[in-house]
Design a protein around this ligand. Structure first.
Ligand code: TYD
Length: 207
């Protein structure tokens, strides 16, 4: 049996990942593929602790938060109930909203970037995606979408921080471009045009 593909979406808060993931998953199902849709942070107890930190209810050190995301990601890969690895082993594709690139861009601002990268990239339980799609939207458009769609802003959801995160994302994507399959998609276009590009990217890696 062929192994499933791991496809990861990245982008700033408000970049439209949710909408585009739903459209890709629908297309994959139309093509008769089996697909598991998932996200980080997960809904595990560690994921809950992370959400408390993101909401600003509990203050966490950047290194501590990096380690929490790491633990959540290992659980996300290996757990036998709904872990990524067992779906891929069964030939099921996995589409994930955020992955280790977010740790690099978000935690890599306050914690040492190399440390965060090494922890994730050198952990053999954490699988390398077959495709990472970065949805690129300018800061102002993301901020407008956050303002429209959120009841409250999380700790990273302010323009100044998002600007730093965006820079970090590009730095990291550049560093990894030779060893990972990363595609930047201009997501400041009509939803259908963005989706068509994403489907083409998926078609180019599926077997
Ligand atoms: P997001 O993906 O935007 O979903 P939601 O709709 O629940 O807000 O939120 C997840 C937040 O977690 C986002 O601000 C980025 C952050 N994050 C990190 O800081 N590091 C990580 O490793 C991951 C996976 C997410």
């Amino acid at each position: 049996m062929k192994r499933g593909k791991l496809i990861v979406f990245e982008g700033l808060d408000g970049s439209g990942k949710g909408t585009q993931i739903d459209l890709l998953v629908k297309e994959m199902k139309n093509q008769g593929r089996m697909v598991y849709q998932t996200a980080e942070p997960t809904s595990s107890s560690m994921g809950g602790m992370i959400r408390d930190a993101l909401g600003g209810f509990v203050k966490r050190d950047a290194y501590e938060l990096s380690a929490m995301f790491l633990a959540d990601r290992i659980f996300h890969n290996v757990n036998p109930v709904n872990g990524i690895r067992q779906f891929l082993d069964k030939g099921i594709d996995v589409v994930c909203d955020r992955y280790y690139y977010s740790s690099f861009a978000y935690q890599g601002i306050d914690a040492d970037l190399k440390w965060v990268m090494n922890m994730n990239l050198q952990c053999e339980e954490i699988l390398k995606p077959d495709l990472c799609i970065f949805l690129d939207v300018d800061i102002d458009s993301c901020d407008e979408r956050i303002e429209k769609n959120r009841l409250a802003r999380e700790i990273y959801e302010n323009k100044n921080t998002q600007l730093k995160i965006r820079r970090r994302f590009f730095e990291v994507l550049d560093m990894l471009s030779g060893i990972e399959n990363i595609k930047v998609v201009n997501a400041a276009r009509p939803i259908e045009a963005v989706s068509a590009d994403i489907i083409n990217l998926y078609n180019s890696i599926k077997e």
